[in-house]
Write a protein that binds this ligand. Structure first.
Ligand code: OXT
Ligand code: ADP
Ligand code: MG
Length: 580
């Protein structure tokens, strides 16, 4: 027997062709625009919306916390180039999701948070409604755009505006407010049908000016020590073949930003990832493709960079140019169009990186690879980050289709450098904000939209931010393998309480926490491992089973450093003679 869906506003038995309601219009509008999945947390006033969407064939993935639902939607948007949809309840649920929406905006992921809200009339007079909050205005500073629909006949156009805002130009997070009374309101069915909008060409190509391409190619041709930097905008653009062709035809060394790893396989001979600081400091012409000169690139300034380096930047957002450093050759346009024209105009042999440059990079790479190999080949007990990641690296080398989610501090920094990626858009991590809490949401989002397995490599602190979503992973039986790097702490587990008291230090977590038992509570497989062989076996078995699993991987609490590789960002007191 088919399940009966009951909507309070217009129960199915009363739902005639002459009248419909806001709930149905929202679902019709989503379906018309190809939305296949909603990530959310149900409750007043959107419970019936979630039920109806599911009944109408949209997959609904319910989470334990809106932030994870939002992170799943955001990464779904990144992977599919279609806005990921997150559905939240009013006020607190909305605010829980807003962190993920802001993170999506910061990272340039297309996402729409649709939130129910309470009565406008009561909110505006601050008369104390259930879950009262002026949500649209609260969302504005953190989003690319924020809209509210105040009449059922505007739902179609409201969603259309949200879709276009999320995916056109630089993608980002968009907020769409749906007050409960708009969802419940009745509307003539014909009027409703005519109000729906199918968004045509939501992310139109933005073709760069021909002269900007010539300027860039001329500058590259003048370079002795050229360098290409690939950012996650390049990965998002899905211009994989043209990017690879441009790099291979010109012979220019390239550096992938973290989430651009795998755009070309990490073992590509032109990768300069293992000579990072050397190429940044020495390059004379740098071509940024979908990467910003933000903190992750030292703002393009000394001491990391040469003060005489000149920059080419390919970006869809012209206001990005000159944001930190003058851009000598800006190419304003979408990366697919830009790379295609660059390739067309590229004259064979016109761009030639100097052989001294390539030799110097190779030398630097070799030194770093040897240094890394010495660490990787050691087998300390307990495991450190190197030996544990080596074990995972070797397993993943046989599974290049697996998504790798990665967060933490040391777990993130070592993971980025040790785990090679071989396919584009397979590495999903803390990104532009260096945020903790994306782990389980990204894992669910990637598994749901791709049906591929995910290995989430999580610091123990990082995991805690979204750990309850293990239940979500088990409920939907997703092929997500979570590996918790358990060193009993934020950064390290050996810090002390300087008061001499019994409370743990601010960075210390519970010793010998049995994280694997969490997933057993939900029917998943838990493993406790203390050596690389057991870790490799546990990951291999879990991937083969394609079932939810958590591996509690015991790491020496003394391994790693405070803040990982970004220790320099910890503020140091200006009082040099302080006794503390
Ligand atoms: O250039 P050189 O010659 O030096 O060589 C470089 C590379 O060329 C070379 N390399 C290689 N050599 C050989 N082989 C290979 N394959 C290779 N690959 C590279 O290695 C060196 C170094 O390379 P790298 O790392 O690329 O270079 P560098 O200079 O470090 O790069 C700079 C950066 C900035 C680009 C890079 O470091 C980077 O991307 N960093 C990201 C940092 C980041 O985002 N960190 C996360 C935030 S830290 C902190 O904020 C945390 N919090 C606070 C908190 C947050 N974030 N969020 C929220 C919501 N609340 C609170 C918390 C709570 S982290 C954290 C939890 C931490 O504890 P966990 O338990 O979770 O984690 P553990 O630390 O593991 O315990
Ligand atoms: P990373 O952290 O990897 O360096 P960023 O998120 O800082 O990457 O930068 C990505 C850049 O890519 C942004 O400036 C964004 O405007 C740009 N971008 C995103 N998508 C496209 C696209 N399709 N075409 C051109 N530029 C894009
Ligand atoms: Mg830790």
């Amino acid at each position: 027997m088919a399940t009966k869906v009951v909507t309070r506003a217009v129960p199915d038995e009363l739902h005639t062709s002459a009248v419909t309601d806001g709930f149905h219009i929202v679902v019709d509008a989503l379906k018309l625009n190809g939305v296949e999945t909603i990530f959310g947390v149900a409750g007043i006033p959107i419970t019936d919306l979630a039920r109806l969407a599911q009944a109408e064939g949209i997959r609904y993935i319910g989470f334990r916390h809106e932030q994870s639902a939002g992170n799943a939607a955001a990464i779904a948007g990144y992977l599919t180039q279609k806005p990921g949809i997150c559905l939240t309840v009013s006020a607190p649920g909305f605010l829980n999701g807003l962190v993920a929406l802001a993170n999506a905006t910061t990272n340039g992921f297309p996402m729409i948070q649709i939130s129910g809200s309470s009565s406008r009339a009561i909110i505006d007079l601050q008369q104390g409604d259930y879950e009262e909050l002026d949500q649209m205005n609260a969302a504005k500073p953190y989003t690319k755009a924020a809209f509210r629909v105040d009449r059922p006949e505007d739902i179609g156009i409201g969603l259309a505006r949200a879709i276009r805002a999320a995916v056109s130009g630089r993608p980002g997070g968009v907020y769409l407010d749906l007050p409960g009374d708009v969802l419940a309101a009745a509307l003539d069915a014909n009027v409703a049908a005519e109000s729906l909008v199918h968004v045509v060409d939501p992310a139109p190509r933005q073709i760069p000016a021909p002269e900007s391409i010539d300027r860039a190619l001329n500058l590259l041709a003048s370079a002795q020590r050229p360098l290409i930097i690939l950012g996650k905008g390049a990965a998002y653009a899905q211009a994989d073949a043209d990017i690879r062709s441009f790099i291979e035809t010109t012979g220019i060394p390239y550096l992938p930003m973290s989430m651009a790893k795998g755009l070309l396989p990490d073992n590509h001979p032109q990768s300069a990832a293992a000579a990072r600081s050397f190429v940044l400091a020495q390059a004379d012409v740098v071509m940024l493709i979908g990467a910003r000169l933000n903190w992750l690139l030292g703002h393009g300034k000394a001491p990391q960079w040469s003060s005489t380096a000149r920059f080419i930047q390919v970006d869809i957002s012209p206001t990005e140019f000159d944001s930190n450093r003058p851009i000598a050759a800006p190419i304003a346009g979408d990366i697919c169009s830009a790379l295609s024209i660059l390739l067309t105009k590229l004259k064979p042999g016109s761009i030639r990186p100097g052989s001294a440059w390539l030799d110097a990079i190779a030398k630097r790479k070799q030194g770093n690879v040897e240094r890394m190999a010495a660490h990787l080949n050691a087998n300390p007990s307990p495991m450190d980050f190197y030996s544990a990641l080596r074990a995972i690296r070797d397993v993943l080398a046989e599974h290049s289709d697996v998504y790798v989610v990665n967060e933490g501090a040391n777990t993130l920094d070592f993971g980025r450098n040790i785990i090679d990626m071989r396919q584009p858009r397979k590495r999903l991590d803390s990104g532009t904000w260096g945020v903790m809490g994306i782990g389980m949401g990204y894992a669910v989002g990637a598994a749901v939209v791709s049906s591929e397995p995910v290995v989430a490599i999580e610091g123990d602190s990082a995991f805690g931010f979204s750990g309850m979503e293990l239940e979500t992973i088990c409920r939907y039986d997703l092929p997500v393998v979570t590996v918790v790097f358990n060193n009993n702490g934020i950064y390290r587990g050996d810090d002390v309480n300087h008061s001499g008291g019994t409370d743990p230090s601010p960075t210390v977590l519970l010793k010998n926490a049995r994280y694997e038992k969490l997933i057993e509570a939900f029917g998943g497989t838990g493993q406790y491992v203390t050596d690389p062989q057991s870790l490799a076996k546990a990951v291999t078995d879990a991937l083969a089973a394609r079932k939810p699993a958590l591996i509690n991987c015991i790491i020496d609490p003394r391994a790693g450093t405070e803040s990982g590789h970004i220790q320099n960002l910890n503020p140091r007191s200006a009082i040099t003679n302080s006794k503390n």
